[in-house]
Design a protein around this ligand. Structure first.
Ligand code: F6P
Length: 324
């Protein structure tokens, strides 16, 4: 293998740049030519591909976003789109790919490998942490800390005015950000897509809590089964029936996707990036390089996409016990 290419795809995540840097520099260290594909599968289809050198990735390890930009490509879902992408890679002589992204990225990579046989190793880049085969994904730690900082600030004003705050964090299908920022921020409740939210018991507990606490923080993952934070707040407010009590909603949104990656994310991203290149060179393909129990592990794309990654049960218990 002489030429490889790297790209980022799907929702961006802090640490993607550190991962690109690790792929480029490990590739060069191993004697490869490394290329960068702009805007993920879109750029692959359009042939928006450029050679990267060691200096191309200088001064990015600390930056959020992705220097290669990211996109969600509809055209890559079609056989014609994938054929175009393959032709572009072939014309440049690219023999291996590193795909940095989440489950959508790996679904595309799996199909592409099955159709055209270009070896691909993935790196888990998503703030959601919802990828099987790695304890944490690149960007998750930064996103949790961003959410936590906001929760701390909201707690100050919630306490000053004796208000109940519903704070919506990202996570359409996964509650990892909600759970960890909720534990760290001392939330009274955390609502996540993985568990059924019981409105009646939330209302009952909130009424009980009011005997000891005057303000409360409820962290809601955007994909909760009861609705978004605004909808849940309305339901709780209606059920509590207390005109004296004030309810507020803050939606954190895309602020969680940006910012300087934390040290943990930079280290994880660097390890995964290096492991992806080493994996390609040792003949691995159709799999993701992740870190579990401190060790680099390779997990098939099929498992990364297909196997659910459950929340840590102790974490849910912690929230219940520590919120009394
Ligand atoms: O997958 C990462 C994520 O940030 C989710 O938590 C969120 O639901 C989604 O992306 C938002 O996507 P977009 O930026 O396309 O609106």
């Amino acid at each position: 293998m002489k030429k490889i290419a790297v790209f980022t795809s799907g929702g961006d995540a802090p640490g993607m740049n550190a991962c690109i840097r690790a792929v480029v520099r490990t590739g060069i260290y191993k004697g490869l030519e490394v290329y960068g594909i702009n805007r993920g599968y879109e750029g692959m289809i359009e042939g928006d591909i450029k050679r990267l050198y060691s200096h191309s990735v200088s001064n990015i390890v600390q930056r959020g976003g992705t220097m290669l930009k990211s996109a969600r490509s509809e055209e890559f879902r079609t056989p014609e789109g994938r054929k175009k992408a393959y032709e572009n890679l072939r014309s440049l002589g690219i023999e291996g790919l590193v795909a940095i992204g989440g489950d959508g990225t790996f679904t595309g990579a799996k199909l592409f490998f099955e159709e055209f046989g270009i070896p691909t190793v993935g790196c888990p880049g998503t703030i959601d942490n919802d990828i099987y085969g790695t304890d944490y994904t690149i960007g998750f730690d930064t996103a949790v800390n961003t959410a936590l900082e906001a929760i701390d600030k909201i707690r100050d004003t919630a306490a000053a005015h004796d208000r109940i705050f519903f704070i919506e964090v990202m996570g359409r299908d996964a509650g990892f950000i909600a759970v960890e920022s909720g534990i760290g921020g001392g939330a009274e409740f955390v609502m996540v897509p993985e568990t059924q939210t019981d409105l009646k018991s939330v209302v009952k507990s909130l009424k009980n809590l009011r005997k000891t606490k005057t303000s409360s923080i409820i962290v809601v993952a955007e994909g909760d089964d009861l609705g978004n934070a605004e909808e849940i707040m309305q339901k709780v407010k209606t059920a509590i029936k207390d005109p004296e009590k004030e309810f507020k909603v803050t939606t954190l949104g895309h602020i969680q996707r940006g910012g300087k990656p934390t040290a943990r994310d930079r280290v994880l991203a660097s390890r995964c990036g290096m492991a992806a290149v080493e994996g390609l060179l040792s003949g691995k393909t159709n799999c993701m390089a992740g870190v579990m129990n401190q060790q680099v592990v390779y997990t098939s794309f099929g498992d990364c996409i297909g196997k659910p990654k459950p929340l840590i049960e102790d974490h849910l218990k912690l929230i219940d016990i520590l919120s009394i």
